[in-house]
Design a protein around this ligand. Structure first.
Ligand code: NAP
Length: 295
């Protein structure tokens, strides 16, 4: 397969490029502001350039991991969020349709309101935030643009990552440096190992799967419990982690609280394992510790 990964400089896109390469697929990856090695620049908000890049690379599948992912920034900048989370993916999906390519769109648990998780694929979307709403609108736009599409919803993605910015790295840094970290004890979700998400994505595409799948870890736990597990697995002092209610964090965007994603549909078709939080963290530790990558 020839694959185009939009957002290859990010956590999910980076893991995808590795996995595609490992499985012998040809990959072109893009970045926006952080030029990862070997990637080309693309602003997903620029539809003509997006269409031109698709024409030049002639992908069999487009993996759209590019997005405006900062939830509170989206809340303050709804037009930017709509441009990058809905309109850009729609234009890319339409261009893919014209080329006969398939399209993978990454979406989120934040399309749900967090009153009754963990959620299945057919549960009702009711996003609370601009980020969640624009990602939901992105799903609808992509599905309308082409039938050969795969919507993969995920949440709290972690694992080895070039930019070292995911939640697990943040916990490690705070505990290492002896800095207090407030962690919400009332946000429940399903932490997802990025390597599993990447492998599951490629496997689903190899099966020419279509429709909506939840691809997430198999543990459903609150963020404080997850942070404490990080400290345990990495041998750190969890005394620096302070449990707080989400309401005390003063975040601009509301968060779904009782979330989490049910993954039975994906597990029925995948050979790729979806790890528990402990298994994923142990794998991450085994990858990054020998590299001295615990800043
Ligand atoms: N991480 C999670 O916990 C999580 C949870 C649920 C869903 N998701 C979804 O998974 C996907 C990937 O997330 P991620 O964790 O990899 O996010 P990330 O690390 O923040 O990466 C976002 C990617 O989007 C790119 N991007 C930003 N602005 C762009 C623009 N104007 N044009 C083109 N690309 C642009 C970024 O490029 P630069 O870095 O070069 O600017 C980066 O490659 C997103 O669709 C996100 O909504 C992620």
């Amino acid at each position: 397969m020839r694959a185009l990964v939009i957002g290859a400089s990010g956590q999910v896109g980076g893991a995808l490029c590795l996995e595609l390469g490992r499985r012998g697929h040809a990959v072109v990856g893009t970045h926006a502001r952080t030029a990862a090695p070997g990637t080309v620049h693309l602003d997903l908000g620029d539809a003509p350039t997006t269409e031109r890049l698709l024409g030049e690379t002639a992908p069999d599948w487009v993996f759209c991991a590019g997005a405006l992912t900062h939830v509170d920034f989206c809340e303050a900048h709804p037009d930017d969020a709509a441009r990058l989370n809905r309109d850009g993916p729609r234009a890319a999906a339409q261009a893919a349709a014209r080329l006969g390519a398939g399209f993978v769109f990454y979406s989120t648990e934040y399309i749900f309101d967090g009153t009754a998780g963990p959620y299945g694929e057919d549960d009702r979307a009711n996003p609370l935030s601009v980020y969640g709403r624009t990602k939901w609108e992105g799903e609808l736009a992509v599905r309308e643009a082409l039938p050969r599409c795969l919507i993969l919803r995920t949440t709290v993605v972690y694992g080895p990552e070039r930019q070292e910015k995911n939640f697990v790295y943040q916990v490690i840094r705070h505990c290492r440096e002896g800095e207090r970290m407030s962690v919400p004890a009332d946000q429940v979700s399903s932490p997802t190992f990025n390597g599993d998400l990447a492998a599951a994505s490629v496997e689903l595409v190899e099966h020419d799967a279509r429709g909506v799948y939840h691809v997430a870890g198999t543990s459903v736990l609150d963020r404080y419990a997850f942070a404490r597990l990080v400290a345990e697995v990495f041998g750190l002092d969890d005394g620096w982690l302070a449990p707080v209610p989400t309401a005390r964090l003063g975040q601009r965007a509301p968060r779904p609280l009782r979330g989490g994603l049910r993954v039975e549909r994906a597990l029925r078709v995948l050979a790729t394992p979806l790890r528990s939080a402990r298994e994923g963290l142990e794998t991450m530790r085994d990858v990054i510790a020998p590299l001295g990558k615990l800043r």
